[in-house]
Design a protein around this ligand. Structure first.
Ligand code: SAM
Length: 320
């Protein structure tokens, strides 16, 4: 890709711009591509987050990395009409999609196109901050976690959904179990085999689409002189999902307890929810996913592939 990878500033700028272009290009297909993930992930938001926010009577929250509006849609549907949410995302087109999906909620949502590492709010002004499947796109997660602590009021909630867990990738037995499940499903599931035959006969349009998107992104990056050589598809993917797993990388993700210790030491951990021990393949087999998660949680409590957190800021003033 030929960008000076030793220069953290340039690398951050590249990651930021790639995320913006990539999610702009994906915006009209985003909900379709992420439909299966959204069906699963809405449970945490509906059953863990909504009841807590509803019980506090809080009125104003911020949603970071909003995308096409997955989290605000759930919160606005289930919380009081007086609730307002500020939605922030770097992608203009993703937010435009969210705005059109939430057009019935005028007056309850504000939109801000920008970087979540600079939340346009005063200190201690938000009752809650939500963030779903977004942290792993950020080159320096600490920058946004510090911002979250800054804008949260004492007693406010930080709800983080479905981020990759480094404790999973570094644990051989759970990682091997997930790989085994993946291969079993990939080679033996009739549906997958039928899909493979179809892909051979009619090469998949989303791969074509990704290649088309790569060409557009490269054109822009080269024109803006952010890179001097075009990115490969692999490079593009690892710049978009900076902290997610690429191939057999055993160092992907975050260690949840380290994030808490480093940025939210004095917060109460109300929920640390581990999921997806069986990985991506089980997401369309819900009873099997539930069985694997339940059994594995008993044996490997902190090692789900994805983790979600609900943290509460202390009420005392020396909480930062
Ligand atoms: C996987 S999507 C998640 C969207 C939504 N939260 C969901 O769960 O469907 C990640 C989103 O993060 C946004 N994003 C990535 N880096 C960002 C940054 N530095 N500032 C703001 N948004 C960013 C992308 O534009 C994208 O819409």
């Amino acid at each position: 890709m030929s960008v000076d990878t030793c220069d953290d500033g340039k690398q951050e700028k590249l990651i930021h711009r790639v995320n913006e272009l990539y999610h702009d290009l994906q915006s009209d297909q985003f909900n379709k591509l992420h439909q299966r993930r959204h069906v699963i992930e809405q449970r945490f938001w509906k059953s863990e987050v909504v009841p807590r926010l509803a019980a506090t009577g809080f009125r104003f929250g911020v949603d970071l990395c909003t995308g096409t509006g997955f989290v605000p849609r759930i919160l606005l549907e289930h919380l009081d009409r007086s609730v307002r949410i500020l939605c922030i995302d770097v992608s203009t087109k993703a937010l435009a999609e969210a705005r059109s999906l939430l057009c019935g909620e005028t007056g309850r949502v504000d939109w801000h196109v920008g970087d979540v590492r600079a939340i346009p709010l005063a200190d201690h002004s938000a009752d809650w901050v939500t963030l779903n499947a977004g942290l792993h796109h950020l080159p320096t997660p600490g920058a946004v976690l510090g911002e979250i602590d800054r804008v949260l009021k004492p007693g406010g909630y930080f709800c983080l959904g479905y981020e990759p867990n480094a404790m999973f990738f570094s644990c051989r037995p759970v990682y091997l179990l997930e790989r085994t499940i993946w291969h079993l499903f990939w080679y033996f599931s009739p549906r997958r085999n039928w899909q493979r035959i179809r892909n051979l006969l009619y090469p998949r349009s989303d791969t074509h689409q990704e290649t088309d998107h790569l060409a557009i992104i490269n054109k822009r990056l080269l024109a803006e002189q952010i890179v001097s050589e075009p990115l490969t598809l692999g490079e593009l993917r690892s710049l978009v999902d900076v902290h997610a797993q690429e191939s057999d990388d055993m160092h992907a993700g975050f260690v949840p307890s380290e994030l808490i210790q480093q940025y939210f030491r004095q917060y109460d951990v109300e929920t640390m929810y581990m999921s997806d021990y069986g990985g991506e393949m089980l997401r369309s087999h819900q009873w099997l996913r539930w069985t694997v998660d339940t059994a594995m949680r008993a044996a490997y409590a902190r090692r789900g592939m994805l983790f979600s957190l609900i943290l509460r800021k202390p009420f005392t003033s020396n909480d930062a």
